[in-house]
Design a protein around this ligand. Sequence first.
Ligand code: NAD
Ligand code: ZN
Length: 379
Amino acid sequence: MLAMNYRGPYRVRCATKSDPVIEHDGDAIVQVSRSCICGSDLHLYHGLVPDTRVGTTFGHEFVGRVVEVGPGVRTLKPGDDVLVPFNVFCGACFFCQRELYGNCHNVNPEATAAGGIYGYSHTTGGYDGGQAQFVRVPMADVGPLKLPEGLSIDDAVLLTDAFPTGYQAAEMGSIDEGDTVVVFGAGPVGLFAAKSAWWMGAGRVIVVDQVDYRLEFARRFAHCETIDFRQVHDMAIHIKKLTDGLGADVCIDAVGCEAAGNALQHLTGVKLKLQSGSATVLHWAINSVRKGGTVSIVGVYGPTFNFVPIGNAVNKGLTMKSGQTHMHRYMKPLLQKIEKGEIDPSFIITHKIPIDQAPEMYKTFRDKKDGCIKVVIKP
Ligand code: NAD
Ligand code: ZN
């Protein structure tokens, strides 16, 4: 089969690889019909995630058709179209029983922190991902959801990560009626977080980024205010000025470890790797939220330490919530929102490409060129 192939930092290729096979009774093999490139893949691409092995295939957002199932699979059969959440999880362990699917204890030998994720290094289990023609789906009775009649595959593929992640980001903000919510990052995750914040009662939603076309897109898609951080000298002061001197009620980090905007953070976190990525947005979020406010973090950071202003967080009495998305909580409720016409997630797809163009498209997406917001691969 053809698959995206990691060759080391800043190098990905499309290569021929052996087809995946059933390894356990509960596995299914899925022929991928759509898969996305995510901001999370950029962290892998840039060598910021430990134990990303040469030869791995990325891709944790995919939908496809079941072509083979192991003898233990009960609910799926060849021919079924499925959307597959990015968490690999067992559904039965201590954590899954508490709906903490992103922290499943049975799918990752390194399970002290994250659980399993397709195509996301050996720190999340070493599973190959869906930027390929075929992918092995373990525990196939647990994760995948059969594609309901009438749901477009483009909407479905956004239900495998970006939309639920944005939604969880807003939910973790515990937004009260009328709250001012600041979302850092106008990528797919930030856009869906901004949109979701309105559903949860926000009175004001402000999205921060530095890419003009993305800020413009955010205003159109999420009907929010925007801040171009290149124009701002001090983010915390700027946001206080916008909020009667108090600060935002909720700040959401939808940027993660490659945040721009502070040269020292970028040098130590992204270039020299002295800390696990740039903590710029963590500083901005902690310092821009009001006393007693909430910081919600879905931007990805590596497992080692950061230079984070934790003293400010403690002294301000903040609530901080974070996490990989617990996908299984959200897929069905958000599917209903699509069915009711409350949102059209596929609106954010700007590029659809065959798999051999994936290496080029990693660069376009990374450089935020060509109006790129979300790339979908049709392998
Ligand atoms: P993306 O790369 O499309 O978007 C990130 C945006 O942040 C870009 O538009 C960039 O210009 C902007 N940005 C950079 N520095 C900034 C700063 N200092 N302030 C404000 N904006 C800044 O990525 P995405 O697909 O939207 O993903 C966003 C983050 O969410 C990534 O870290 C990704 O790994 C993470 N993520 C987490 C989960 C989860 O389960 N927790 C799931 C999916 C994605
Ligand atoms: Zn993703």
